[in-house]
Design a protein around this ligand. Structure first.
Ligand SMILES: [Zn+2]
Length: 465
């Protein structure tokens, strides 16, 4: 599986260079002009080579509800989402395939799937996603989404007395499922990792967080959670802990350099200092934050404070796609309106670094992937610069990040294995996937969520609407 990409454009510090790239046994062995061809020769002329991006936060099975979710804020949106879940395992499989493919065809080579588990079939759900990702060949970080409080507990009580039903599964049983998943499926060297992933402070007890910390330490697992996505969660943290969610998570020891936190919209300056000190990674999901009206995360403040930031698509019910290039574009230019000092704005090159090296840092593997560096694994994406959406010829990365690139991924390799060639996925049959997605769904327009009907009045009251 050795190959040499010839005459390909790569980014240098302040310009571009045309080079050859040798890959031996899945590792980048040399980057320089006019190298000897080792293994297969790959024509890189008029193409741009970048490290693969990380889709650092998504929920694959939400694909089945994209395009139909009501225009709601997160708390009501979640109630609607869960009224029309769970899914059978075949659907879990197909949406994991779909998520992997859309990620790959928009520049991603890794995906963090905060995977919603089918009740009673938790390990089977994880096994199904593992199977799908292994078949496609994407580098997969499966973060089984767990909680131990019922959905209504995620809404602040305000002045009112609220009774929440107990969650259907005990904290201990939930932690046992995760430990079993680690034993069965955590194989980082084969491209499949398990993360501990309590959904967030809004639906998790300290017991669950502490159990996850313990598993993370024992098995060397990364940690992943939602954090302060909405104003309601900020209020809830004050009700629950009498301090901010970040202060509380620091107190119980959840934060660290293996912890990535999705959204991070409602943090104050002190919280940001804590994230910087503890070396956490923020996963920015701009499209979801806009779709759900959650707010604009203070990304420029994070960057200024030295917090590592990367991008995610978030689940396809709140996006409603898995186009990583779209998330990177929106996640960059959105912040030009949050700071009048244009010297702080995110440039296209900075955005590419955040999406690749930033993603790798968040998964604690920046020494292995995330940049075109000799000795790192060959997770590479080659873009076709003759594609109509990247013409006429100007700055290649500027065109890729600021433009509206379509079908531009010519080739992609993961650990040196070629997964995409000539815009086509090599590993699975895309026509079959399309047919299955079509057959297992129907055109829908209207549906009614019963849970939303039950909680909407209280939600509006506590949120002063
Ligand atoms: Zn999410």
């Amino acid at each position: 599986m050795n190959f040499t990409i010839q005459n390909v454009l790569i980014a240098t510090n302040d310009d571009y260079a045309t080079v050859d790239v040798q890959v031996i046994d899945g590792t980048i062995a040399a980057i320089a002009p006019d190298l000897d061809v080792i293994g297969t020769a790959v024509d890189g002329s008029n193409k741009l080579l970048l490290p693969g991006f990380v889709n650092a936060h998504t929920h694959s099975s939400e694909m089945w509800q994209r395009g139909i979710m009501s225009i709601f804020p997160l708390e009501l949106w979640l109630a609607e989402l869960y009224d029309f879940a769970p899914l059978d395992l075949e659907k879990v499989y197909l949406s994991a395939l779909g998520t992997a493919v859309e990620t790959l065809l928009s520049g991603g080579t890794s995906v963090v799937d905060h995977l919603v588990l089918t009740p009673g079939k938790e390990l089977e759900t994880i096994a199904t996603a593992v199977r799908a990702y292994r078949e496609v060949g994407i580098r997969a970080f499966i973060a089984p989404l767990i909680q131990d409080e019922s959905l209504s507990a995620g809404i602040p009580s305000g002045e009112t007395e609220q009774n929440h039903e107990p969650y259907f599964r005990s904290t201990t049983a939930t932690l046992e499922i995760i430990e079993e998943a680690v034993k069965q499926f955590h194989r980082p060297e084969e491209g499949v990792s398990i993360l501990v992933a309590p959904t967030g402070i809004q639906l998790c007890s300290d017991g669950l967080f502490k159990g996850c910390i313990e598993l993370s330490d024992r098995y060397n697992l990364c940690r992943h959670s939602h954090l302060l996505e909405t104003k309601a969660q900020e209020k809830l943290a004050q009700e629950k802990y009498g301090c901010t969610a970040v202060e509380h998570l620091q107190r119980i020891g959840y934060l660290g350099d293996r912890t990535s936190l999705a959204h991070c919209v409602w943090l104050n300056d002190h919280d940001i200092t804590i994230l910087a000190q503890t070396q956490c990674t923020v996963v920015h999901n701009p499209l979801s934050n806009l779709r759900l009206g959650s707010g604009i995360a203070p990304i420029l403040k994070y960057i200024k404070s030295g917090v590592n930031v990367t991008f995610g698509c978030d689940g396809a019910s709140s996006n409603d796609s898995q186009d990583l290039l779209e998330a990177i574009k929106m996640g960059s230019i959105l912040h030009n309106i949050t700071d009048s000092d244009y010297q702080n704005w995110i440039t296209p090159k900075k955005a590419v670094e955040m999406a690749s090296l930033g993603g790798a840092k968040g998964l604690n593997i920046a020494d292995q992937i995330g940049s075109l560096t000799v000795g790192k694994q060959a997770d590479l994406v080659m873009y076709d610069l003759t594609n109509l959406s990247l013409l006429p010829r100007t700055d290649p990365i500027g065109l890729l990040v600021l433009g509206r690139p379509t079908n531009v991924v010519h080739s992609a390799w993961i650990n040196g294995k070629q997964i995409v060639s000539k815009n086509q996925i090599n590993t699975i049959n895309i026509d079959n996937l399309r047919q299955e997605l079509f057959n297992r769904s129907q055109w829908e327009t209207k549906r009614k969520s019963q849970t939303v009907a039950q909680i909407e009045t209280h939600y509006r009251q506590v949120m002063d609407l």
